[in-house]
Design a protein around this ligand. Sequence first.
Ligand code: MGD
Ligand code: MGD
Ligand code: MO
Length: 700
Amino acid sequence: MCGVIVETRGGHIVSIKGDAQDPFSRGHICPKALGLKDVHEDPDRLRHPVKRTADGWVRVSWDEAFRDIATRLTALQREQGKNVVATYFGNPQVHSYSALLGGSALARSLRSIHRYSATSVDQLPHHFAALQLFGHQLLLPIPDIDRTQLLLVIGGNPLVSNGSLMTAPDIAQRLKDLRHRNGQLVVIDPRRSETAEIADQHLFIKPGTDVWLLLAMLQVIFAEQLENLGRLEKFATGLDELRDTVAPYTPERAAAHTQIDAACIRDLARRFAKAESAVCYGRMGVSTQVFGALCQWLVQVLNIVTGNLDRPGGAMFTRPAFDALGLSSAMGQRGSYNRRRTRVRDLPEFGGEFPVAALAEEMLTPGDGQIKALVTAAGNPVLSTPNGRQLDRALAQLEFMVSIDIYINETTRHAHYILPPTFGLERDHYDLIFHTLAIRNTTKYSSALLEPVGDTMHDWQIFDQLVRHIEAADRSRRRPWLERLRSRWLTPRRTIALGLRFGPYGAGWNPLGAGLTLAKVAAAPHGIDLGPLQPCLPARLFTRDKTIPLVPPVLKEDLQRLERHVHETQVASPTLHLIGRRDLRTNNSWLHNSRRFIKGPNRCTLLMHPTDAVARQLESGALVTVASRTGSVRVELEVSDEIAPGVVSLPHGWGHDRDGIRLDIARTHPGVSANDLTDEQYLDALCGNAALNGVPVTVT
Ligand SMILES: Nc1nc2c(c(=O)[nH]1)N[C@H]1C(S)=C(S)[C@@H](COP(=O)(O)OP(=O)(O)OC[C@H]3O[C@@H](n4cnc5c(=O)[nH]c(N)nc54)[C@H](O)[C@@H]3O)O[C@H]1N2
Ligand SMILES: Nc1nc2c(c(=O)[nH]1)N[C@H]1C(S)=C(S)[C@@H](COP(=O)(O)OP(=O)(O)OC[C@H]3O[C@@H](n4cnc5c(=O)[nH]c(N)nc54)[C@H](O)[C@@H]3O)O[C@H]1N2
Ligand SMILES: [Mo]
């Protein structure tokens, strides 16, 4: 989403800079933009399709690969049922509009209930809360950080991540501006993160206990009659029930769980309620925990009862030029919950997917419906999902696996075929998703800049070919000719063109109209500013009666699980809790193979507070063993008071030294995988999101 100016000479990238004329990113880029060059040129990158044989990887033609893959997938499905094949789509899928559109066609063609993605190790609780409150899983409120007077960040580190579910280029300057207008930044985090470092107030919190803090803030607001819904009162229902629901959760109770002083919680609640405008934003840290869905619900309820939803300076909704919400809603896809449950552990479906924490057991547990084959695209679940070692073992015993990826990595090394897509600057770009999540309405289209390297295809073309070959291999799956014709004509690019033309700012049928078309957007390569976010409720709600039910029954019921949990955890209290950590020069598991990003001191270290280190007679630099229920790793210790006592932090995405990894990184800076320690059994049972934060561990 950040505008970049790329200078090329003879097909080579000479420089990458921030685009000062981009109205949204205003010249800002983060180090990851430089990764575009490094990945493009990386000698370890796959340049043609490969097949795994007894003698290692051999080059195959696209045609041979497609035909064999389609034959084997359809044969397996014919013999053992359609659900023997699973799909896993990773994070970069969302960063390519064409891959996103193409991937859903493949999943449909496979007709299996086993669909998985990185959503359930990330933001599933946000979607869950949005579906319950606003009637659409993608209608996510975005903090209006450019106009707010109080930004409360719980479990997010936007200074490093650049904002997440809050696309905010140049966040550092935006937060400086907040302080210049006498606004406040408050951060709740078990670590004094880069964002906490520049905040007006930072409160350490015990991992996984944010739900208590949020309940107590609401309790204070109601007890002191500070609630003020403003115009939301007309369409927010269940206020009395909400008041009763939160009444037992006093700051004193919350203090015992969170380790934040009760007076401090009261003060924060009052300041939030009384601020001219305020917005609470909860991200990864509160999403990937045992009560993630409760947290995301309460975050929005806090915004609503203080009148801060859908008003400038509060939490607002975008009006994107390509409206993915309107489109999905028209197709009847606003989100779904619990239509099916997993075979082994009885976990709920959400949005047509199962929780990825269940993927390995669905492969390893014999019986009817066992997964025997897998297709992955743009994912590295061995390093990114809980108990990665278990998944590693499960992948090794699959009958058939196909991966669409630019690298042979910890996950794709198990595939029988790896199909290499084009990358970054080799394809055009329109941001389908992140415009929808941005702090300002903007639109931008970038055409492809470089020729595809080697013998690669665009992700969407790979999906499209797979679908066609599956249809050829199994005639019963042939779509009606009209549907085939439509899908051939409606390429991803045409989809974007149509979406822009008939979207909220579109030219519509009028060829001379003033509105947007793809041609007009493309003619403005720096992007077009469409202005700040605007109030849009209740019209934008997707709930049937255009109201917001403040107390959705499933969430209220989940409070009972919270009470039971307290009971259980009081019995067995572990010594330390593990949380994660992101770094400006990494991107999940896959930017490590660049010298530029890797140089400097070891960053894959375990952070520990001095009191915990002294108690164990440990010092910085020591090699320690971190162990959890699922596994253990040996890692370098870094003693620092930036982490709360009782908490340790390890970044994820490392752990590259596995058999068959030919990446440079595996030899030089492998690190260890935090997800060898996270636990597939440790999750938010309500929505199925993995609890990657707050995992009990011991350190010796
Ligand atoms: N412990 C812990 N675990 C975490 C997290 C955490 O904070 N702590 N964070 C979680 C989060 S938020 C996420 S999103 C997930 C990410 O989980 P995943 O998406 O499974 O993992 P990534 O490391 O992002 O892997 C992306 C893969 O896509 C490939 N790739 C890159 N670009 C392209 C492309 O254009 N096309 C194709 N086909 N492939 C491409 C890369 O080579 C890489 O293999 O990890 C989660 N795991
Ligand atoms: N440079 C870089 N940028 C990235 C990524 C990357 O890998 N590298 N990944 C991208 C992706 S896929 C995503 S999803 C976003 C994530 O974006 P963010 O959510 O902003 O990123 P995190 O660094 O995971 O921030 C989580 C914060 O929660 C804190 N935390 C952990 N446990 C708890 C808890 O129990 N309670 C509270 N209150 N806080 C807790 C952590 O200490 C951390 O500071 O970043 C994106 N941007
Ligand atoms: Mo993510």
